[in-house]
Ligand binder design. Structure first.
Ligand code: NAG
Ligand code: NAG
Length: 270
């Protein structure tokens, strides 16, 4: 009896320690964890270095793991973040480098430790999804809200939603025309659901449409319009960032640049 129990006890203790670690993420190393939700489609998830069927595994220093950068795992636990950040979240796709890690490094490089001891990233993006897949009550919406709530349960401070999506909506006239209204509803719904009426949302302005989508300009206009119709919604333009040879995704280098641009946009609000 005692022999069978023995190996169980250390496991149980380890589990306790890990659980305590997750709950304590909000007060990482004596300071606060700034929590960011990352949502949208493939370019938010990240395909840097992964556009030829496998990921090349190249992690530039701007994307390296750090004890001060955590991610909420698919099982809703805090763990040290590493590329590919959306592993287990953006299912069914070959994943690579996205903007999340360079964003976190850039934020930590600029804010004083008293403001943020750590950055907690909550990956939620799913490749190839139109905005209609994110409206209130959809699977992706529910997953995002559930994950956000779990992230905040440990005492973290919700800082912003980073949103990079719209390429798929540039393919159909109807989706492009409905984009502004749907985005406004999404922002209002998420803010209400999380009890944060002023929650900062930073959108990435899409640069080229997926599969030569004809309504790119329409979606970009909609994204800009939302920054005027709602408070605390910002816009960072991806136009001009290098695109990989698949003509469909940002390169690793571009994702590092984008992470820095998103960080700059966030830091301007402080
Ligand atoms: C997106 O919406 C379509 C149509 O409702 C649905 O079939 C599909 O499963 C959704 N995809 C995701 C990832 O939620
Ligand atoms: C990814 O972003 C690039 C640059 O904005 C864009 O050309 C491409 O269409 C996007 N890809 C997808 C699948 O959304």
């Amino acid at each position: 009896m005692a022999a069978t129990l023995q190996p169980v006890l250390p496991c149980f203790l380890l589990l306790l320690l890990l659980t305590a670690g997750a709950a304590g993420a909000g007060r990482h190393a004596g300071g606060r964890t700034l929590v960011f939700i990352l949502a949208g489609q493939s370019n938010m998830s990240g395909r840097g270095g992964a556009t030829s069927g496998t990921w090349d595994g190249v992690v530039p220093p701007e994307c390296a793991p750090s004890p001060r950068i955590l991610r909420l795992s698919p099982a809703l636990r805090w763990e040290e973040a590493r590329e590919p950040l959306h592993a287990g979240i953006d299912v069914g796709n070959v994943l690579g480098v996205g903007p999340g890690m360079p964003f976190a490094h850039a934020v930590l490089g600029k804010v004083v430790p008293a403001r943020a001891a750590a950055v907690g990233l909550v990956p939620c993006a799913q490749g190839g999804t139109p905005l209609a897949n994110w409206t209130r009550g959809t699977e992706l919406y529910d997953r995002m809200v559930t994950r956000a709530r779990a992230a905040l349960g440990g005492g973290g401070e919700l800082a912003a939603v980073l949103w990079y999506q719209g390429e798929t909506d540039a393919m159909k006239k109807e989706d492009a025309e409905l984009y502004q209204g749907r985005m406004e509803a999404l922002v209002r719904d998420v803010r209400r659901e999380l009890g944060r009426p002023d929650l900062l949302v930073i959108q990435v302005g899409i640069a080229t449409a997926q599969y030569g989508g004809k309504f790119l300009d329409r979606v970009r206009e909609a994204q800009k319009a939302v920054t005027l119709s709602l408070r605390n919604v910002k816009y960072v333009d991806a136009m001009g960032l290098p695109i990989a040879s698949d003509n469909t995704h940002l390169t690793t280098e571009a994702q590092v640049q984008l992470g820095n641009m998103l960080a700059k946009s966030y830091l301007e609000t402080l």
